[in-house]
Design a binder for this molecule. Structure first.
Ligand code: CMC
Length: 391
């Protein structure tokens, strides 16, 4: 072969051409299909954004209704999925359960695997958009010993998610427009982010023509890590630890700067954004609004603001262009909404679902070749086999 360039972490390697998400890390710009994240978060709802990402245009009302109705037809999972869920220990992390169940869906939906035509892809896509929120809600309900429930087909996509998560048995669930709005916004902000770790994982898994659901399951596993989607849970645990420890943010700043200490300031830094993360800007304002609308006073928010202020003025963080990222404030909103900490990364996965789907679909429609990077071999040259008695 030709010359091989090694680029650990693919910091300077493009893996594909894509027409989905535009990101300018220097200027802090993020656009889905040309529309700015600020406008979408303000004016669109999550299902519209999902349609936009996947199919490239904002839907007309008729297109959106059709899309939603196709999704609703599949908003049910096989009863045996309940048995699989039941077999997990209660202590299981919801992300592991979600990845497993997403993969398990393949067994019950075999027609969603070998998809080649646009129509076959569409069918697999509306299937997973219908079923995924059920899995999300159930991983939470299982953990809290709540009976597994389906939502209601008369509700909007996001309202239905809230009902499936929070409805108590034998009680009506009253929709709170503040929660619906907040969740819509959070999901939109997380919906796509070009070739990040989990998305690249989905594309490369799907490039072998493995099915959509298992490709998504691979993406969920990649998202779980604390350097990626798992950061939102890690941020909250860090803020809680600081609070427990007497609120001494300076001590944690020092730890983060100490190269002997593996501790990093969770929710800070980004591979691409080197000035600010536009999602973090929107979320910070939303966190203030949502908590005050809900009447929640959370001392954790003050610690977060204090930490942010200190970091922004600190030479170490300034020199390395480390700014708060999307995960720094999202957990605070989720917590205000009553979502348990262990579910935060699951909520990220729910938001990222349309992004993963659109990237998978684009990869298949463009007939991209199987992903197969090369390497530079640095091991032993040839040596003769040594018999076990001579080792
Ligand atoms: N706290 C302290 N130091 C940091 C941090 C941090 N959060 N992030 C980066 N640095 C330092 C790092 O030690 C390195 O310093 P030096 O040049 O002295 O060796 C320098 O900044 C560059 O960091 P890097 O690790 O080479 O940068 P990267 O692009 O490989 O990593 C990152 C990006 C997001 C993984 C990293 O900033 C990080 O670990 N942040 C904390 C975890 C986090 O919040 N992740 C969520 C990312 S946004 C949403 C998502 O992707 O899910």
């Amino acid at each position: 072969g030709g010359v091989i360039t090694i680029d650990p972490g693919y910091k300077n390697t493009g893996s594909c051409e894509s027409a989905i998400t535009f990101l300018d890390g220097e200027k802090g710009i993020l656009r889905y299909r040309g529309y700015s994240i600020e406008e979408l978060a303000e004016k669109a709802d999550f299902l519209e954004v999902a349609y936009l990402l996947i199919f490239g245009e904002l839907p007309t009302q008729d297109e959106l209704d059709q899309f939603h109705s196709d999704i609703k037809k599949h908003a049910v999972v096989d009863d045996d999925i309940k048995k699989i869920l039941d077999a997990f220990p209660k202590s299981a992390h919801p992300m592991g359960v979600l990845a497993s169940l997403t993969s398990a869906l393949t067994a019950f939906n075999p027609t969603s695997v070998d998809v080649n035509s646009e129509e076959e892809m569409y069918n697999a896509i509306v299937r997973i958009l219908g079923k995924f929120p059920i899995l999300v809600a159930w991983t939470m309900r299982k953990k809290h010993g709540m009976p597994l429930d389906y939502g209601s087909s008369s509700l909007g996509y996001v309202e239905n998610i809230l009902q499936m998560m929070f409805k108590r048995p034998d009680q009506d669930y009253e929709q709170n427009p503040i929660l619906v709005n907040a969740l819509d916004k959070l999901l939109i902000l997380h919906a796509d982010h070009e070739q990040n770790c989990s998305t690249s994982t989905v594309r490369i898994t799907g490039s072998s023509h493995a099915g959509l659901f298992v490709s998504l399951s691979a993406g969920i596993s990649a998202l779980w890590g604390p350097l990626h989607g798992g950061a939102n849970q890690a941020v909250l645990e860090m803020l809680e630890a600081i609070k427990e420890d007497g609120g001494d943010t300076k001590k944690y700043m020092a730890k983060a700067k100490d190269k002997e200490d593996p501790f990093r300031l969770m929710g800070f830094g980004h591979r691409v954004y080197k000035n600010f993360d536009p999602r973090a800007k929107i979320i910070k304002v939303a966190a203030d609004e949502v908590l005050s609308d809900l009447g929640v006073e959370d001392p954790i928010l003050d610690i977060a603001k204090g930490l942010e202020k200190e970091a922004l003025e600190d030479q170490y963080f300034v020199d390395r262009k480390l700014y708060p990222n999307v995960d720094f404030y999202s957990g605070i909103i989720y917590r205000g909404m009553g979502i348990p900490t262990e579910m935060f990364t699951v909520m990220f996965a729910l938001g990222r679902l349309p992004g993963w789907i659109s990237q998978w679909r684009e990869m298949r429609m463009r007939k991209e070749p199987i992903g197969r990077p090369r390497q530079l071999y640095t091991g032993e040259t040839y040596r003769p086999f040594k018999d076990i008695s001579n080792r």
